[in-house]
Design a protein around this ligand. Structure first.
Ligand SMILES: Nc1ncnc2c1ncn2[C@@H]1O[C@H](COP(=O)(O)OP(=O)(O)OP(=O)(O)O)[C@@H](O)[C@H]1O
Length: 249
């Protein structure tokens, strides 16, 4: 597939009810990038992904997605955002990955069913197709959600804490899948907490603490003094601060 266009952030402020959560962020996510977003709790990482996917409009600044359409950006929210009691089995959950192309009422069709079965096998869940998602372990559910992402076939993939509370074997299998996406020149952005994993597997990192602390090669961005700076910035942050003057005008 051809590479996705870059996503450019120009002085972007994102927040809720006019209270900023991410301030004045500028930078570029290059086509085919494998970017980790790290930072303390409440640093604005999930908010940034919501801005990138377009569910949260910037309070200020601009996100330029080039020729990307919204369906070109696949998004995996935090696990807690999924209602696991919903009565759906693994196959049907994974097959919803086809909706972004076929439309909700487009029907999956035989080719679609084959692709869904391949995606399920590709994450090691062959044999689990008829299992209700409520009966899956956390790792199995995450595998199914990655199969759905694979089926979406999107040039840009955003992952919010994809490895939280997941067993080591699943993490390593899913990292391998991310490696394949990268080889296919897809752009992958992942919010992560495990800094060792980031150092091992993600060449580029954005360290966020409401503002950009560092954005560049992971070894630079995660230097101890940068991490200390991020912690200090986050602790000093006033959660009820109004919109800055530059954007409030
Ligand atoms: N829907 C919302 N409405 C109001 N405020 C919100 C909402 N979602 C997040 N916030 C606030 O925005 C700030 C940034 O939250 P966000 O979830 O983006 O941080 P995070 O870096 O992803 O945190 P964590 O690592 O704890 O998941 C926090 O102060 C949070 O309380």
């Amino acid at each position: 597939m051809s590479a996705a266009p870059a996503i450019r952030l120009d002085d972007v402020t994102l927040g809720y009810d006019r209270h900023p959560a991410v301030h004045h962020l500028s930078g570029e996510i290059a086509p085919g990038a494998l970017l980790a977003v790290v930072g303390p709790n409440g640093a604005g990482k999930s908010t940034l992904l919501k801005g990138l996917v377009g569910t949260l409009a910037p309070l200020g600044g601009r996100i330029d997605r080039g020729a990307l359409r919204l369906r070109d950006i696949a998004y995996l929210p935090q696990a807690s955002a999924l209602d696991r009691s919903f009565p759906i089995d693994v196959f049907d959950l994974v097959a919803t990955g086809l909706w972004s192309r076929a439309g909700l009422f487009g029907g999956v069709g035989r080719a679609g069913r084959e692709r869904a079965a391949e995606a399920i096998a590709g994450v090691g869940l062959a044999g689990f197709e008829g299992r209700p998602i409520a009966t899956l372990s956390g790792g199995q559910l995450q595998r199914a959600l990655f199969a759905r992402l694979a089926l979406q076939d999107a040039p840009v993939i955003l992952l919010d804490e994809p490895f939280a509370a997941i067993d080591a074997r699943t993490v390593s299998d899913l990292l391998e899948l991310i490696g394949r996406w990268r080889a296919e020149r897809r752009t992958v952005v992942a919010v992560l907490h495990d800094l060792e994993l980031v150092r091992r597997s993600f060449p580029e990192t954005l360290l966020l603490a409401r503002r950009k602390v560092a954005w560049g090669p992971t070894s630079e961005a995660l230097r101890p003094e940068r991490l200390l700076e991020a912690r200090g910035m986050q602790e000093a942050f006033d959660d009820h601060a109004p919109l800055c003057a530059t954007h409030a005008a």
